[in-house]
Structure formats: structure tokens, C-alpha cells
Design a protein around this ligand. Structure first.
Ligand code: HEM
Length: 153
């Protein structure tokens, strides 16, 4: 299995043209099938819908440029620490996202496209999770001591 970059980009572009209903479907699917994550999100989802939609489009369009994509994903993973996002939440978002793409792309959704998106999402979520892990790693919290008194100014 490998990522067909062109398929990811073309399906991302197709979904971009469909706009906000795509994000609405995503959240409806996720909150219906995985109600346990509903409480993590705000009551009014208007802004969040747009943010996630733009983010997924950005990931799809920069999939051919890992030098740009990887730092973006690391920041995203670290920013999700404050929402108490755990590794086990990522498959929930991934399944909801892939169901949404399949739903909107209809006959254009092929087995190769599915495999490419599975691999691309797994890559993206792994970068997010590893960056969050590193940011939270206990090894960063070793004691740091002083051994002298600063001179008088
Ligand atoms: C690769 C997958 C994901 C993408 C592309 C993504 C994208 C985003 C973006 C762009 C934002 C707003 C800006 C920010 O804080 O960085 C955001 C916020 C948020 N995300 Fe994610 N996210 C992903 C995975 C997850 C997962 C797995 C969860 C947990 C179920 C989650 C929960 C949230 C929450 C709770 C917010 C804040 C909502 C608010 O208070 O407005 N996200 N996400």
C-alpha cells in the first residue's frame, strides 16, 4: 500500500469545492457514531467546522511537500494537548473523515483512493501524536539547578 499523491490532491480539491456541508456531515457522523467525543467540542460548532475543513484541505494539498506538512502537523498535534486529545481519539476522527469523503465523492471514491487516504491519515495522525508525546515527555521535566549567586549589578 502507498499514498497516491495525485488521488489525495484531486479528492481534496473536489471536496473543497463542496464546502461547509462536508464539515457538517463529518461532525454529524462523528457525534452520532462516537458520542463520547461530543463533550470535547463547543456547543456552537460554526467556527470549528471551518477550521477543521480548512485544515484537512491544507493537509491534502500539501501532501506532496512534507517539508511544509510535517511542521504544520507537529504544531497541530501540540495544539491539541490543550483539548485533552488522546491517541485513541485519532482513529475516531480518521474514520469519520474517510466516511465523509466516501459519502461525498460517490463513484469517484475508489479502492486505491481509500488506501491512499488511510495511509495519509495514519501518517498525519502519527506525526501529531508523536509531537504531542515529545512535548509532554517526562524526560523534559528533569530538575535544573543553580550553582552560584549572580554578581551584584
Ligand atoms: C489529523 C486530525 C485533526 C485535524 C486536521 C484537526 C484540526 C483541528 C484544527 C485546525 C483546530 C483548530 C485550531 C487548533 O487548535 O489547532 C482543531 C481544534 C480542535 N480539535 Fe482537532 N484536528 C484533528 C484531530 C482531532 C482529534 C483526534 C480530536 C479529538 C477527538 C480533536 C479535537 C479538537 C477540539 C476539541 C478542538 C477545539 C474546538 C474548539 O474549542 O473550538 N481534533 N482541530
Amino acid at each position: 500500500m502507498s499514498i497516491n499523491i495525485q488521488l489525495i490532491q484531486s479528492s481534496g480539491a473536489a471536496v473543497k469545492d463542496l464546502g461547509v456541508p462536508v464539515a457538517e456531515h463529518f461532525y454529524n457522523y462523528m457525534f452520532t457514531h462516537f458520542p463520547e467525543v461530543r463533550k470535547m467540542f463547543p456547543g456552537d460548532m460554526t467556527e470549528q467546522r471551518i477550521r477543521l475543513f480548512n485544515s484537512v484541505i491544507l493537509i491534502a494539498t500539501t501532501i506532496d511537500n512534507l517539508e511544509v506538512l510535517v511542521p504544520y502537523l507537529k504544531e497541530l498535534g501540540i495544539s491539541h494537548i490543550k483539548y485533552d486529545t488522546r491517541p485513541e481519539h485519532y482513529p475516531i476522527v480518521g474514520k469519520s473523515l474517510l466516511n465523509t469523503l466516501k459519502h461525498f465523492l460517490g463513484a469517484a471514491w475508489t479502492q486505491e483512493m481509500a488506501e491512499s487516504w488511510i495511509e495519509a491519515y495514519n501518517l498525519a495522525s502519527t506525526v501529531c501524536i508523536e509531537a504531542a508525546y515529545e512535548a509532554m515527555a517526562p524526560s523534559r521535566f528533569v530538575p535544573v539547578t543553580i550553582d552560584d549567586v549572580p554578581p551584584a549589578v
